[in-house]
Design a protein around this ligand. Sequence first.
Ligand code: GAL
Length: 843
Amino acid sequence: MKLCFFFFFFFTFFTFALASNVSYDGRSLIIDGQRKLLISASIHYPRSVPAMWPGLVQTAKEGGADVIETYVFWNGHELSPGNYYFGGRFDLVKFAKIVQEAKMYLILRIGPFVAAEWNYGGVPVWLHYVPGTVFRTYNKPFMYHMQKFTTYIVNLMKQEKLFASQGGPIILSQIENEYGYYEKFYGDDGKKYALWAAKMAVSQNIGVPWIMCQQWDAPDPVIDTCNSFYCDQFTPTSPNRPKMWTENWPGWFKTFGGRDPHRPAEDVAFSVARFFQKGGSVHNYYMYHGGTNFGRTAGGPFITTSYDYDAPIDEYGLPRLPKWGHLKELHRAIKLCERVLLNGKSVNITLSPSVEADVYTDSSGGCAAFIANIDDKNDKTVEFRNASYHLPAWSVSILPDCKNVVFNTAKVTSQTNTIAMIPENLQQSNKGVKTLQWDVLEEKPGIWGKADFVKNGFVDHINTTKDTTDYLWHTTSIIVGEKEEFLKNGSKPILLIESKGHALHAFVNQIYQGTATGNGSHSAFTYKNPISLRPGKNEITLLSLTVGLQTAGPFYDFVGAGLTSVKIKGLNNETLDLSSYAWTYKIGVQGEHLKIYQQDGLNSVKWTSTSEPPVGKPLTWYKAVVDAPPGDEPVGLDMLHMGKGLAWLNGEEIGRYWPRISEFKNEDCVEKCDYRGKFNPDKCDTGCGQPTQQWYHVPRSWFKPSGNVLVIFEEKGGDPRKISFLRRKVSGLCSLVAEDYPSVGLLAEGEDKMENNKNVPFARLTCPSNTLISAIKFASFGTPSGTCGSYLKGDCHDPNSSIVVEKACLNKNDCVIKLTEENFKTSLCPGLSRTLAVEAVCS
Ligand code: GAL
């Protein structure tokens, strides 16, 4: 035993602390002479906080990942030319070391262009203003700064001994990102740039391979890799390169005003199993934890602050079940096949028109098979090696010994968790303070301090703010004659505005008139609203906004925003065009400029304390002292009753909030998603007609025990009395397991079903740590129906179900219920396929 431990220790120490040699051939990566089948999980370090990193990495490891993958976020690191930042959420070295401590590998996608729904695709905005710069083409200033930053990151990693060649965790590095799609738009310079990027990367001598994703002309020794919802049909452009999948999207991102995309766990598992069936060897989930676009890091236009992504770990860091659990079981099944997959030979057998088996065998008699039914409607039963196998439509069965099915991608045996946001009313703080004391500061619409400039006509919004803020004020005035027709007949002139994007709040004579905004990928919009004008001078004040900068596309760096035309219709029956008027401009709002959301800036203005904060008041700053919600669950801020704006806690940037109602109709959403058939981001959406983002993640580590300062900047008017903190909790668990379900779910660590529990299906329930199963809300062995939260008994029901489940599970953190004869009446309803459905409560 001691010897065993010594070897184990020696082995792990050897693997992770001494130099590793990473090479590859056409089948796989080879690390220190061993072929590797790798499951990788994207976790972007700045999309969570350092206090969350160890937990997230550990949850990925428990989910069966060997590798963590991240981009490097250039504009978070190089704040101005040569001015680097690696603090807080941007502490890349700390993140890499956490991965190393977890004994996992790291794939570092340096980019430094990354897309990633991240502001400006990760490239610093200042680079656009270096004269003569064009991004992502054979352009001197771009290449100079790209090389400088890449070299800086490589040197930093080398200095910290983080490359595998130095004994560190980094086994692969990426240069550029999906440039293959865009190369052609840049003519000859596109190709020249791609080749230059590859060469520049290789010349960095990092001692591990470089990859380029979606880059069909990647030159040796760079490996081209695949990004898509499915990559089983992908082949690298050279037979000497392994088949690698850098982005399998297990969900999708969201935009303000858009829908909530969901990718079913069955389909994610199907795509992964198909990839390994067809010879893949490195697979990465983009994202495994999506996290949060804190502050103004969200790309645009309109990417939400939440980057949850429907990923296996949710935005707040909780495993999303059943997805996380189903994929964990999948990973385990695939790992059981690793040796023979990577070292064996394969044959492909068609078992029926839509059913194919890929059978891997090696010289030591090992055999593993993947059988796929790619029919998207019909289940199939096929004969394979003298046995009969039933395959649900659109599913893959994994047989690590070519006999026993240990996993089928369509049969979810993992538990489902229901998650609730539990209100934590701010008004009932620990100190017994009844009403939250808001301090208020109102900004006047229009120019504050000294105007920045006056110009006839419009400017490009982004070229003017250079993205130092979302906001750009425009003001002008018009004179309305006493004899205007509309003053007599009571009609109202119409304010008509055209903008390239992204949003606008309009004010006339200091009074808020309304908001207009683009939608989805269409940033342009029209504003059209009646306005009240008075005889004499009238002030027209327009607040133009950006909501995240473009993240990708040909010449995306030149995509502009801002007003292009302003007219007033209905003045003496004519239209007055204000577009070439003299407009006075001011960049930003005053409170933001004074940083009144930070400790230092808080007292630079005079706040007004009030027990009745203004409601529906545009351009208002609210400040309150709040206590940390009790407990240790993740925290969300409910902004449903606010309009649009920015929020901070203790000076930390929570981000943009905007509970904008999704403009999609009910028919664009689904109640139930059919996992069968090819997935696309519009296939399984929810949230039509609902607020796009109600809750905003406020990391626990941002709270002090007391005296926390919450600051809100509301642009168009909201009700701060309804702002509240909520705690994100697992409110219940469900499990639905059929007698014929295979499962590699562990009964105990190290004990898998194939070896010890042949053909005994079981349900397993696990509460979050520190909680116990306190009640069984539903239990039925027989033919129950429905989904988690609404199970119903069927005609066939074993009356002992609840007793059996309670006996196995009550007051336990974790329990297993075997579907055996001892437990249930297996003689019940012969001929029918029986299922056990359980719903439990943890507390
Ligand atoms: C890919 C891109 C990623 C991310 C993803 C969608 O095309 O490489 O950075 O933007 O799409 O989430």
